[in-house]
Design a protein around this ligand. Structure first.
Ligand code: AMP
Length: 467
């Protein structure tokens, strides 16, 4: 027996469908905002991360899966995706075209050797965006708004948005001096990690999770008191925009994020599910001033964020935020006898070409066992082929809901099913089955419905067949 490695997990069946739902929904929104998809390798040169995420970050110091490949190169399984995405933009010379911003969205697995706990894995999936090549404050706002919009769309209502700024060079220099002075008086009482952070990158101390250190950290100087005029003005503008757009936020002056490349605004989205579960930030990001230059690109800035798919899925499960996803079989083909099995292969082939969700039982079973199987699969129709049907080239079709049974020719089968399936859908009295509409009448074709709050949430392919 082999088990999954500690901190990793299999995503199978319904759960995988839910991940796909999240990814598909986020993809549609990212495309609406003008982002294009990027897919980059899971393995990268280790130096990419030591340079970008930073030598002093916990990720680089303790959490990277790094190994030498057979050619003696130091390789790392990506612990985050921004560095690889920006590297790909540099490699593809996208910045040479000067058509800024370059906007990328991406989705995929990341690897961090962390202590596994609720919502924290060693392999986890992120969906993220990067908007690179511009430094206007409006791009920062647009990016935060996109994250907020995505989460609203997934029906995260009581969302907590925390924001802070890491200011500009001048701000950080002054602030670091103040922190050195303050923590210099307390560092002997703090954890070993903080002692290390004190030497390597003092800002990281603010990120310490050790409860014994928190009272000291809570009394530390706040960056908001050290902002240069330019940095203060920029941060004020961001707050003004968010207020104007009615996006609720809180300023958290201890928010520094675990990656060294951030400068300027940083933000996190938090959510506590109704049963009290909090899996940590569900998404986070910020502005980066030096990252592009640091990894070989021009001196341009960027802003982005990533959402954690595992955490989103857990909360959506807890709070039942997933819409009903209909995977029920439409047609269950039941051949009786060897010859009928051969016919069933052909019938299933045709039905599937016509996009009926079709299943067949090729295995020998009694009629009652076959019907039980059809019921378990919530099949709408059973198509029975026995010796008599083979002889006169017909099939018996049983409506599993109404129990009505008819004998029709094989040729008629597809059109019969189309007509009857439509009728089956109409038995819902034209009310949308997806949970967002909560039984309200859905007015749009293909269920592109707007729910009360004006968000369409019918990207999944359910069976709502409104005209
Ligand atoms: P980060 O790349 O650290 O800024 O994280 C962005 C988002 O990825 C977080 O808000 C989480 O939702 C998710 N995330 C980060 N680390 C983990 C992890 N170890 N397990 C699961 N999700 C994670």
């Amino acid at each position: 027996m082999f088990n999954v490695l500690k901190g990793t997990h299999d995503v199978i069946k319904d759960e995988a469908l839910k991940y796909s739902y999240i990814e598909e929904t986020l993809t549609n929104i990212a495309i609406n905002y003008g982002y294009e998809e990027f897919r980059t390798p899971v393995i990268e040169n280790s130096e990419l991360f030591t340079r970008s995420v930073g030598d002093s970050s916990d990720i680089v110091r303790k959490e990277m899966y790094t190994f030498d490949d057979k050619g003696g190169r130091s390789i790392t399984l990506r612990p985050e995706m921004t560095a690889g995405i920006v590297r790909s933009m540099v490699n593809a010379k996208l910045f040479a075209m000067q058509d800024f911003p370059v906007k990328a969205f991406y989705c995929g697995p990341n690897f961090r050797y962390e202590r596994p706990q609720q919502g924290r894995y060693r392999q986890f999936n992120q969906f993220g965006v990067e908007c690179v090549g511009v430094s206007t404050v409006e791009r920062d706002v647009e990016t935060i708004v996109l994250g907020y919009h995505m989460l609203q769309f997934l029906r995260f209502r009581d969302l907590k948005l925390l924001i802070n700024t890491l200011g500009d060079e001048e701000t950080r220099e002054n602030y670091k001096k103040a922190l050195k002075e303050y923590f210099g008086q307390h560092i002997d009482e703090m954890c070993n990690d903080c002692k290390e952070r004190y030497k390597l990158n003092i800002l990281r101390i603010l990120d310490c999770k050790d409860p014994d250190d928190r009272p000291i950290i809570d009394k530390a100087p706040k960056i908001t008191d050290y902002l240069s005029d330019a940095a203060r003005e920029r941060f004020e503008k961001i707050k003004e925009y968010l207020t104007k757009l009615e996006i609720p936020f809180e300023v958290d002056s201890e928010l520094v994020r675990g990656l060294d490349y951030y400068t300027g605004v940083v933000f996190e989205f938090h959510y506590t599910s109704s049963n009290g579960n909090n899996y940590g930030a569900i998404g986070a990001g910020g502005h980066y001033g030096n990252l592009v230059k640091e990894i070989g690109g021009p001196d341009i800035e960027g802003v982005g964020f990533a959402l954690g798919i595992e955490r989103l899925a857990k909360i959506m499960e807890d709070d039942q935020l997933f819409p009903e996803i209909n995977r029920n079989v439409e047609v269950y083909v039941m051949p009786i006898g060897e010859k009928a099995v051969q016919k069933a292969v052909e019938i299933a082939f045709e039905l599937r070409l016509d996009f009926f969700r079709t299943e067949v039982c090729y295995e020998k079973k009694s009629m009652s066992a076959l019907f039980k199987k059809a019921e378990r699969k919530n099949a709408k129709f059973a198509v029975i082929i026995g010796e008599d049907e083979l002889k006169d080239n017909t099939v018996n079709v049983k409506n599993m809901l109404t129990k009505e049974q008819v004998n029709i020719s094989m040729q008629e089968l597809p059109s019969y099913l189309v007509e009857k399936l439509d009728q089956n859908e109409h038995q819902h009295e034209h009310s949308c089955e997806c949970s967002c509409c909560e039984g309200e009448e859905c007015e749009h074709d293909d269920c592109d419905c707007d729910n009360e709050e004006g968000h369409c949430c019918c990207h999944h392919k359910h069976d709502c067949n409104k005209a």
